[in-house]
Design a protein around this ligand. Sequence first.
Ligand SMILES: *[C@@H]1O[C@H](CO)[C@@H](O)[C@H](O)[C@H]1NC(C)=O
Ligand SMILES: *[C@@H]1O[C@H](CO)[C@@H](O)[C@H](O)[C@H]1NC(C)=O
Length: 293
Amino acid sequence: MMKSIYLILLIFYCSYVGATVRPVVMWHGMGDTCCFPFSLGSIKKLIQEHTNKTYVKSLEIGGNIVMDYQSGFFIHPNKQVEYVCQQLSEDKKLANGYNAIGFSQGGQFLRAVAQRCPNPPMKVLISLGGQHQGVFGLPKCPSLKTSTCEYIRKILYYAAYEEWTQKELVQATYWHDPLREDEYRSRSTFLVDINNELDCNERYAENLNKLEKFVMVKFLNDTIVQPKESQWFEFYTPGQDKEILPLKKSHVYKCLGLEQLDLDGKLDFLGVEGDHLQLSEQWFIDNIIPLLL
Ligand SMILES: *[C@@H]1O[C@H](CO)[C@@H](O)[C@H](O)[C@H]1NC(C)=O
Ligand SMILES: *[C@@H]1O[C@H](CO)[C@@H](O)[C@H](O)[C@H]1NC(C)=O
């Protein structure tokens, strides 16, 4: 009698644990915020509908919505990452690990979190249109007035590697000019570091390899990210801006431990038709939700 009660309790316990889906942390892209109902707000709802209401934390950088919006342009990624690491470590619900979804630049920022702050542990990292090798061109900006977009683009073309832009403009910190690769290496204040371009920081490679999975989604008809291949961690062969160097031949593949992730079957490349971040609800349900379960 006692035994069967234990057995029943065990079955209940297991189905309860089985039903608990890991918490999800999301980081929005440029020109967006944590919580607009038409963007990340609706994605949070979608995730909750399909995961038995798991805990979803959509990161708000800086404590209010205005700061959060501005952070995408004007708060240095190093500061943002530090802020997020603090927020995550203080959140008891994440203590046993979480899955992460980064939207556009939020993709490379969350990767920086995985590399710099292994606690609490990130388990699955999903990058939706992230620019892991930076951008060289910003042909269009999403949800911005055309004049603002033009202005930012001009600054990037003419002054991306000036000290003040590297301090003050987020997009400059992952501006990657293949015609000025040396300047990129010596001046970039963010991307060069998280991509181990200067030295192979083993801690970064080790921490990245703690992931169970690193999934990169590329928008096949992207007109915002240049080159599109940056979404799969590829970039131009140095010295020109036409040809793409295959990931396996790039310095970062070995040096950041991507090769090891790949060998362990933890690196996934997904492609989806459409422009930047234009994914349908059905595609998300079919391709992203299963990664969270
Ligand atoms: C949903 O999660 C709760 C606990 O949070 C659990 O009791 C319930 O059985 C789960 N439901 C389903 C359908 O998995
Ligand atoms: C999107 O890009 C893919 C791959 O390059 C191509 O096969 C497809 O025709 C494109 N779709 C549209 C709508 O342009």
